[in-house]
Design a protein around this ligand. Structure first.
Ligand code: FMN
Length: 154
């Protein structure tokens, strides 16, 4: 049963969401904040964290984790997750439901799919992946969260 549907004291438990971001110039951080805001508006309790400041207990307790980084590539080819070493430095995500997000400028190629693969190697159960255009973060982040929450029963 989804945690959001488990009753406690007559009230449904809130889905616990952690949003982790790796950002150089702020776009992915902004995307993480928008994702956190949308998840909160949908009824979840949310914590937004950079990769350098993960709370282990909070992560262990999370029902759903968003992990984001930026698209690194040569615009037309070679797309890959930016700062992948830093993303790999976060704790293993064993059995966690994870939604992978990225931000890009023009063309993400298949970076989001590669990022999903990286997170699966890191133990995640990846339920969705997408790269968001840095110029349309508000609308694209909201759409991604709605899709992820619907698919996970949140
Ligand atoms: C070295 C480098 C390579 C990049 N390669 C691409 C690319 O191939 N395709 C693209 O759409 N954006 C590319 N970008 C743009 C970033 O992905 C985009 O600005 C992103 O939102 C940055 O996220 P941040 O502000 O969280 O660091 C590149 C940026 C850098 C610095």
């Amino acid at each position: 049963m989804s945690p959001s549907l488990e009753p406690r004291n007559g009230e449904p438990d809130k889905l616990k969401v952690v949003v982790i971001h790796q950002s150089r110039t702020g776009n992915t951080k902004r995307a993480a904040e928008l994702i956190g805001g949308a998840a909160e508006a949908a009824g979840a309790t949310v914590a937004v964290r950079p990769t350098t400041n993960i709370d282990m207990a909070e992560l262990a307790d999370a029902d759903l984790v968003f992990v984001g980084t930026w698209v690194d590539g040569l615009i037309l080819f070679g797309h890959r997750p930016g700062d992948s070493t830093k993303v790999r430095s976060i704790p293993k995500l064993w059995d966690k439901r994870v939604a992978a997000f990225m931000t890009h400028a023009i063309n993400p190629g298949r970076a989001a799919e590669r990022f999903a693969g990286l997170l699966e190697e890191h133990g995640a159960d990846v339920v969705a992946f997408r790269s968001l255009n840095r110029r349309h973060l508000e609308s694209e982040a909201a759409g991604f969260v709605a899709e992820v929450m619907a698919s996970t029963g949140g």
